[in-house]
Design a protein around this ligand. Sequence first.
Ligand code: NI
Length: 202
Amino acid sequence: MKLHVAALAILSFAIGGLAAMAVIPAGRDRLFSGLPSAGKALVGGPFSLVDHTGRRVTDKDFRGRYMLVYFGFTYCPDVCPSGLQVIAGALQKIGPKADRLTPLFISVDAERDTPAQMAEYVKSFDPRLIGLTGTAAEIDGVAKAYRVYYKKVPDEKSTGGFTIDHTALMYLMDPKGSYVTHFSHTISVDALAERLSKTIAD
Ligand code: NI
């Protein structure tokens, strides 16, 4: 299941890259020089969503701070919880530097992830974690901006009879909202803490 999602993540990046090559000739060189530089122009963008307290927020509300953006859904059986545990562990580890970063968990499940559901979920990982959800159209918009793939698939065992396959990458955005880099959800707490600490020090 994890491998499957990882494969989807790679596929979604590949599709994003190919699409970029098709429409942005200048993007071609950058794509071949590696994802981080290519991603600067390609990953992220404006969004308007509702946080886990029910407040409407946009990407501009987080300017001046780094954002660590992770997409998923509260009913996710394993990938999302493990990624969020790593994020929570890394936040602990970087100490006061965490004050300069906002960790965001953006739902890809408009049907089940109400603000109340998100509130219960995010507080179980770290009180600093902000859960964001929205209408199907709003979620679709932010997922597209971050090149996140997600797809509802039938699953009898899950509430409502479905689960969601999705890209499980963490995106680090700078205080201006621009893409810095991304991490796999399988990254260790130590590795993520080190990368965050280094970036935030710069
Ligand atoms: Ni998940």
